[in-house]
Design a protein around this ligand. Structure first.
Ligand SMILES: [Mn+2]
Length: 350
C-alpha cells in the first residue's frame, strides 16, 4: 500500500480493504457493468478498472446495456466493451461465467433495466462503486461517495489507496480524466473541491493530453448536429423570464430533419443556462424508439432538479442535473412542465 495523501480520500476502511483484496484474489473472471446510456463517467470508470484488473492478470469484461456515444469511442479499451443489446447471448454467457461483478456509476442492480435479471440471478459477489445518492447497500462491498465529482474521481482515490501512483498508466489516466471532465461540464460545476484539481495534476503527470481529450469529446459534431443546436436556440427556445426558466421541445420529425443520431441532443439543455440569471433549463424530447417523452433538467446553485424530476417527471438524479420520462403527448408534457414550474415558483422567481 502507498503512503496516504492528505488530499485524497481513503474509501476503504481496514475491513473493507481486506474484503476488496479477498474478492479480487478469489476471482478469475470479472465483469464490470456501466449504466444504461453510458456516459463519459460510466465508460471512463469501467475502462480504467478494466485496465487495472487486466494488469493484475484477471480475465475482465466490460458490459453496458446499450450503445455508448461515438465521442467516447477513442477511450482505450472501448473496442472490447460488450453492448448487451447487440450481443445478448455472449453477454449472458459472460455474466454466467464470471466470479465477481462490479457495478460502476449507478447505485442499484435494478438500474440495469433489461440486464438486471441476468445480473441479479447470477450468484457471484457484487461490488458497487458509485457517487449517486441512496445506493443499494445489499451488496458484498459498497464504495459510495455522493460528494465525489464523478465515479472516475472515486476510482482514482480507490486505486491510489491500493497501489499509489504505481496503479496508473497513460490509458487509465486518460479514462479517468474523461469521466471527471464530462461529469463536471469540463469543471464548471460540482468541482470546487481542491482534490479534484490535485487529481488532475497527478493525471497530467501520467502524460495525458487534456486538451486533446476535450476536443475528442466536445468537438465531435456533425454539421447537422451543430445546425440542430442553432435551430433549437433560434426557433424552439421558450424563455420564462419571471421564473428564470428555459424550456425547449424536440419532436421526432424535427430530429429527422436534422439527421438525428443518438447523443445529438447531449448537452444542448445546458446552453440556456448561459442566459444571465437563468435558474433552470428543461428539455422535452420524443424518444424515437420508445414512444416516451424524455425530460432533461439542469439548474444552477441549489435549485433541486432531482426533487422536481422525482415529483413531476418519474425521474431523479443529481441536484443540478437530472432526468426523467413522461408517457404522454408533447402538449401534455409541456403542460406538466408548466405545473412543475408553478409548484417551484417560490424557488425560481425569487
Ligand atoms: Mn457519474
Amino acid at each position: 500500500m502507498s503512503v496516504p495523501s492528505p488530499l485524497l480520500k481513503s474509501y476503504l476502511s481496514e475491513d473493507a480493504l481486506c474484503r476488496w483484496r479477498e474478492l479480487i484474489e478469489a476471482s478469475r473472471r470479472i465483469v464490470i457493468f456501466g449504466h444504461v446510456s453510458p456516459d463519459g463517467d460510466a465508460m471512463g470508470a469501467t475502462l480504467a478498472m478494466y485496465h487495472y484488473l487486466s494488469r493484475l492478470g484477471k480475465r475482465v469484461h466490460v458490459i453496458v446495456p446499450n450503445v455508448f456515444p461515438d465521442f467516447l469511442a477513442w477511450l482505450p479499451g472501448s473496442d472490447a466493451v460488450m453492448v448487451y443489446d447487440h450481443m445478448m447471448e455472449a453477454s449472458i454467457r459472460t455474466i454466467k461465467r464470471s466470479d465477481l461483478m462490479i457495478c460502476m456509476d449507478f447505485n442499484a442492480v435494478s438500474r440495469l433495466e433489461r440486464m438486471a435479471d441476468d445480473v441479479a440471478n447470477h450468484r457471484a459477489p457484487i461490488i458497487i462503486i458509485d457517487h449517486h445518492l441512496h445506493p443499494d447497500a445489499r451488496v458484498d462491498l459498497l464504495v459510495s461517495d455522493p460528494g465525489a465529482s464523478s465515479t472516475c474521481e472515486m476510482v482514482f482515490c480507490l486505486l491510489y489507496q491500493l497501489d499509489g501512483m504505481e496503479a496508473f498508466d497513460f490509458d487509465m489516466a486518460s479514462c479517468i480524466y474523461c469521466g471527471m471532465m464530462t461529469d463536471t461540464g469540463s469543471f464548471t460545476y460540482n468541482s470546487n473541491r481542491p482534490e479534484v484539481f490535485y487529481i488532475i495534476s497527478l493525471l497530467l503527470s501520467c502524460g495525458i493530453d487534456k486538451d486533446l481529450i476535450y476536443r475528442r469529446v466536445y468537438h465531435n459534431f456533425s454539421e447537422s448536429r451543430l445546425r440542430l443546436e442553432g435551430y433549437i436556440l433560434y426557433e424552439k427556445l421558450d424563455y420564462d423570464a419571471l421564473h428564470h426558466t428555459a424550456l425547449f421541445t424536440l419532436t421526432r420529425d424535427e430530429m429527422a430533419r436534422f439527421d438525428f443520431k443518438k447523443g445529438d441532443t447531449e448537452g444542448i439543455v445546458n446552453l440556456p443556462l448561459q442566459i444571465k440569471g437563468t435558474r433552470l433549463s428543461i428539455s422535452l424530447r420524443e424518444d424515437p424508439d420508445q414512444g416516451l417523452i424524455r425530460v432533461s433538467l439542469r439548474s444552477v446553485d441549489d435549485f433541486p432538479c432531482n426533487q422536481m424530476a422525482k415529483d413531476f417527471f418519474n425521474g431523479g438524479g443529481h441536484l443540478n442535473a437530472s432526468g426523467g420520462s413522461l408517457d404522454m403527448t408533447m402538449d401534455e408534457a409541456v403542460r406538466q412542465v408548466r405545473r412543475a414550474i408553478e409548484a417551484y415558483s417560490d424557488l425560481l422567481s425569487e
